[in-house]
Design a protein around this ligand. Structure first.
Ligand SMILES: [Zn+2]
Ligand SMILES: [Zn+2]
Length: 310
């Protein structure tokens, strides 16, 4: 539940010009407005499950988009089985929306292909219909070796672009240059995995394998391990064990019970998995391409003047 300093679950993924929202708890639109991001005309919202602390922000946000007079673009809400029933119940309260609203139910193991990356759903263990989400970028072509291209006599210009896209070119003299001759090894893309609410689960370890960032819930500390089992949530140490087994680069713990500040959870998790952070509201996790460094928590990275108390 929310506290004076923490809002319930919502994560915005910014990738290039795209803005993807994962979960939309009560107050999400206002937290976005208070941040340096603002409230963009989101086109896609992904719900992990239909517990109230993960979707209650949606009706208000949809009404705001309506009041802004949004007709385009449309909005698609993805979520587990039960999403359509939820929206049919919300409909009388939402009234007419001037923009197209689509709901898409997803089962674990589905893949949404989208050009240079994909979103995969996976099973979690929370006792209700629920999916985790993995955003997985395609491999990128290797680095272009200018010296090699010069040596092979590839003229500067469109031929080099062609090679960079992985297509062979035929030079004026008739010689064929293969892309391999001027490109380094393919470079991995990035992978971000969001679990939503879950007890520690092998399916999460598998889905998160090699991720740059694993956003895992850690509702409880060790002292409440029993309660974590009963409620199908995770402790910080359990989330850390998942991160260790999955060999991720950074673990971000969220969904922290109001009993904890975050620092005690970080301490317990780091004994098992040192690269753990517990982001606060308005923090940002930067995820560079692997060759450019490790993912990093930027404290207050999305703070703005509106974030500060008056
Ligand atoms: Zn839940
Ligand atoms: Zn929850």
């Amino acid at each position: 539940m929310p506290t004076a300093l923490r809002a319930p679950a919502a994560f915005l993924v910014r990738r290039g010009g795209e803005r993807l929202l994962f979960d939309c708890a009560e107050g999400t639109q206002r937290q976005l407005q208070r941040s340096s991001v603002g409230l963009p005309d989101l086109e896609e919202i992904f719900l992990t499950h239909l517990h109230a602390d993960h979707f209650l922000g949606l009706p208000g946000m949809l009404k705001t988009f309506a009041l802004r007079g949004r007709e385009e673009p449309g909005l698609t809400v993805y979520g587990p089985s039960g999403l359509r029933v939820l929206f049919s119940k919300l409909k009388p309260f939402l009234g007419r929306l001037p923009f197209p609203l689509t709901t898409v139910e997803l089962a674990p193991g589905e893949v949404l292909e989208r050009g240079d990356y994909r979103i995969e759903t996976f099973a979690v263990d929370h006792g209700v219909a629920a999916v985790g989400y993995a955003l997985v970028e395609n491999e990128r072509p290797g680095r272009f070796d200018v010296e090699a291209a010069d040596a092979l006599g590839v003229p500067p210009g469109s031929e080099r672009g062609q090679l960079q896209r992985g297509e062979p070119v035929t030079l004026a003299g008739g010689a064929v240059v293969a892309p391999d001759a001027v490109l380094g090894p393919a470079r991995p893309g990035r992978k971000i995995v969001l679990t939503g609410d879950t007890a520690p689960a092998p399916s999460v370890v598998q889905a998160a394998y090699g991720a740059d960032v694993l956003v895992h819930e850690a509702t409880f500390a060790n002292e409440e391990k029993e309660r974590a089992r009963e409620t199908l949530h995770a402790t910080a140490a359990e989330a850390a064990e998942v991160a260790r087994l999955a060999e991720v680069r950074l673990l971000a713990l969220t969904h922290v019970s109001t009993r904890y500040f975050g620092s005690e959870l970080a301490r317990e998790a780091r004994e098992i998995f040192p690269e753990t952070v517990v982001p606060r509201d308005f923090d940002v996790v930067e995820v560079p391409f692997p060759e450019r460094g490790a993912p990093e928590l930027v404290k207050g990275g999305a703070r703005s003047e509106a974030t500060e108390p008056v």
